[in-house]
Design a protein around this ligand. Structure first.
Ligand code: AP5
Length: 204
């Protein structure tokens, strides 16, 4: 099963991709997480990525495409994968189309006021568990941190970049007949079950 979760920053891609990965036993591939790992390790790629991520801008397509080509060669991708944050541009989608058969591109639609509240309230643990101080607060004693790009100025830019780029992507997957649009701003359990319904129908 090869799936893409699409949506604006804060739509819930990472939250649901992690849960889907557990449910279906296939990897969750987040280009954002891969890049943040490189930043943490201080690699050349990490240094490059940080300059774009801190500004809320997208990295060049060729950099992202190389990362994905390498990741898809890993043996855990044989049974399928869930993309989160990729593809982000029409060039990335076209490249993916050459090497993968996407069965569902699920677009999580959300209103901006909710997105902004979610991003400003997001907190993470070092091992990647996502919490939210407004909707899903971390238990007492659990150490959490805030992402560098979850500040007001960068959030605004990330949303702008999303709205500038997502139209052609939606059209691309609509034309392929694999686009599913659902509300991402309902309760977490409701959104998850709506995604599972789509995927289970495809796998029958
Ligand atoms: P990336 O890491 O992909 O970030 P993003 O797209 O901005 O998306 P987020 O991770 O912020 O949001 P999400 O939808 O995963 O939301 P989450 O589930 O955490 O990219 C970061 C940067 O890397 C980019 O700006 C760019 O520079 C670079 N990059 C990455 N990929 C790239 C690519 N392909 N090409 C070029 N550059 C790339 O949820 C948010 C919060 O809401 C959480 O606190 C969560 O608990 C809460 N929440 C979620 N769902 C619900 C719900 N239903 N009810 C209540 N709370 C909820």
């Amino acid at each position: 099963m090869n799936v893409i979760l699409m949506g604006a920053p804060g739509a819930g891609k990472g939250t649901h991709a992690a849960d889907l990965s557990k449910k279906y036993g296939i990897p969750h591939i987040s280009t954002g997480d891969i890049l943040r790992e490189e930043v943490k390790k201080g690699t050349e790629l990490g240094k490059l990525a940080k300059s774009y991520m801190d500004a809320g801008k997208l990295l060049p397509d060729d950099v992202i495409i190389k990362i994905i080509q390498k990741r898809l060669e890993e043996p855990d991708c044989k049974r399928g994968y869930i993309f989160d944050g990729f593809p982000r541009t029409i060039n990335q989608a076209k490249m993916l189309d050459e090497i993968s058969n996407i069965e569902a591109a699920i677009y999580l639609k959300c209103d901006d006021d909710i997105l902004i509240k979610r991003l400003s309230g997001r907190r993470m643990t070092k091992d990647g568990r996502i919490y939210n101080i407004y909707f899903d607060p971390p238990p007492e004693g659990v150490e959490v941190y805030q992402r560098d790009d979850d500040n007001e100025e960068t959030i605004k830019e990330r949303l702008k970049v999303f709205y500038d780029t997502f139209g052609p992507l939606i059209d691309f997957y609509k034309q392929k007949g694999v686009l599913y649009e659902i509300r991402g701003d309902e309760q977490r359990e409701v959104v998850f079950s709506n995604i599972v319904n789509i995927l289970d129908r495809l796998n029958k």
